[in-house]
Design a protein around this ligand. Structure first.
Ligand code: SF4
Length: 227
């Protein structure tokens, strides 16, 4: 990844944040009642959009399956039925059961919260079905650790702005973001939420650049013809 001067890159990240916050305000993420619900949502959101995850979580709630004990007791095929709206439901049911086994074996939230971030991240990445993005969603939004989540929306916006190469691997992009954006839980929480919101409303696969605050504020000069 071509590195621009550190202060230039930090300044772009800061301007993007302040522009998007001006546009969308405080988004109050992650939409969940408990840290455990965040964890389930982080697995359910793999390869789908949030609307589908909401339907799956609603089914789990309606059927009293939003606790580690309940997920432990339920059969995989029944769980798969409840989470069907999230897509890949058989695979995700297995992943949730795997994750839940690990979660219970390791003492659940009260024990895991005391583990330092790098070690906890390694432990999460060792769970079958938990990749980088899922682990970092859980670390940031359930355990409140200053870990920047890299997702397709981050890649889309910052490659269009021109400060990252979309082909760069996850870990290099995460370190790059954490080097240039102050490591702070509430900042990372809100930053990720703002990027998601902007991609859903404006910087879509086919972007609406004319109405975009990042263009109006002189931060992004991407042209649709570049895509
Ligand atoms: S100007 Fe266009 S490409 Fe750039 S962030 Fe805005 S919508 Fe996305």
């Amino acid at each position: 990844m071509a590195e621009k001067a550190r202060s230039d890159v930090s300044s772009v990240f800061n301007k993007v944040y302040s522009s998007l916050e001006e546009e969308y305000g405080d988004l109050d993420w992650w939409p969940a009642d408990t840290p455990y619900e965040v964890m389930l949502g982080a697995i359910l959101t793999q390869n789908t959009n949030w609307k589908n995850v909401e339907k799956a979580i609603e089914n789990l709630k309606l059927n009293g399956c939003i606790t580690p004990g309940a997920i432990n007791s339920i059969q995989s095929d029944e769980l798969a039925e409840y989470i069907r709206p999230s897509g890949y439901f058989n695979i995700k049911a297995k992943r949730i059961k795997n994750f839940n086994r690990w979660y219970i074996e390791n003492g659940e939230y009260n024990k895991l919260i005391s583990i330092e971030t790098d070690k906890l991240r390694k432990m999460l990445l060792g769970v079958n079905g938990v990749g980088y993005e899922t682990a970092d969603d859980i670390l940031l939004y359930a355990f409140e650790r200053p870990v920047f989540v890299i997702d397709s929306y981050y890649r889309r916006i910052f490659s269009r702005i021109g400060i990252i190469d979309n082909q760069t691997g996850y870990e290099a992009l995460r370190h790059y973001a954490q080097r240039h954006i102050e490591q702070d839980v509430s900042l990372y929480n809100q930053y990720h939420a703002l990027l998601v919101e902007h991609c859903k409303s404006t910087c879509k696969v086919k972007p609406n650049c004319l109405g975009c605050i990042l263009r109006n504020n002189g931060i992004c000069f991407f042209s649709e013809h570049d895509s």
